[in-house]
Ligand binder design. Structure first.
Ligand SMILES: [Zn+2]
Ligand SMILES: [Zn+2]
Length: 276
């Protein structure tokens, strides 16, 4: 009963057409699959966000696949949004385009440079260091506070269906994950996720790409979230058809070990629990 609700195709920074992912998903035995292209941004173009002119083409193509493969795979059309930068807020997006099913809300940008371009925290290490020094005077504690301020604001204001890679700010290794300034904000974030009843994904990409030794979020937070009754879901953030279920095995092993026996999956127009 494999599922994945976070993936990128050649419409943004993934490497193949969506149909290749559908065929690979069927081959691997997926039952439910969601595409979540990086939404176009309002005032700026990047190499990883979708181009504005492709937005409707993308929605049309995913909906064509939904229909064409409906007997073999449940397919969903979604966007990974960028708080403060996305071309549409979640609700106006879903209202304007009935073919869109849900959103993954993620923070990739923490402030912007003098020329107006956003600072991406999950690009290269060099870009991370440039932003850290130019925008925050090298003070990682300030970056952490701003990252969590944005994440919490996004959840409160937009209420995405899924929170994407919750602690991605750790990606380049500048964070002391046991430091109070970080852990207090993680606890606060989990409380908000619980209160707003959104889904917390366990994102395996940092792990299988070799950036991190565990997942987004880290094992400690998966255990806390499980104990709090937060809705969990396992996603690969695949950028190629070969990555659809990469890193899943150890996550499911962990969930079994801690006695967490279900994940949240999409069925029709709602999210439901599925035993694992
Ligand atoms: Zn992302
Ligand atoms: Zn993504």
């Amino acid at each position: 009963m494999l599922t994945n609700y976070h993936s990128h195709t050649h419409f943004c920074d993934g490497n193949e057409a969506p149909e290749k992912y559908v065929l690979a998903a069927i081959e691997e035995g997926f039952t439910s699959y969601g595409f979540s292209s990086h939404i176009p941004l309002r005032d700026v173009d990047t190499s990883w966000n979708m181009k504005k002119e492709n937005l409707e083409v993308y929605i049309t193509e995913i909906n064509r696949l939904k229909e064409a493969y409906k007997d073999r795979l449940d397919i969903y059309c979604a966007f990974e949004t960028d708080y403060l930068w996305s071309i549409h807020l979640r609700d106006e997006l879903l209202k304007k385009y009935p073919g869109v099913d849900y959103t993954v809300g993620s923070i990739h940008y923490v402030g912007n440079f003098d020329d107006g371009r956003p600072w991406e925290i999950d690009g290269t290490r060099e870009v991370f260091e440039t932003g850290l020094h130019q925008l925050y005077g090298g003070d990682i504690k300030k970056v952490i506070q701003e990252y969590f301020n944005l994440t919490c604001e996004m959840i409160a204001n937009e209420k995405p269906d899924i929170l994407g890679h919750a602690d991605k700010i750790k990606m380049h290794g500048f964070i002391d994950e046991s430091e109070k300034g970080f852990t207090n904000r993680m606890f606060e974030l989990l409380e908000l996720i619980k209160e707003q009843e959104i889904i917390l994904e366990i994102n395996t990409r940092g792990f299988y790409k070799g950036y991190t030794t565990d997942w987004y979020p880290a094992v400690r937070w998966i255990k806390e979230a499980s104990a709090m009754g937060i809705k969990l879901q396992v996603n690969s953030d695949a950028h190629t058809p070969a990555e659809l279920s990469l890193g899943y095995e150890p996550v499911f092993r962990l969930l079994h070990e801690i006695g967490h026996n279900h994940v949240w999956i999409r069925k029709g127009n709602t999210w439901i629990e599925q035993g694992i």
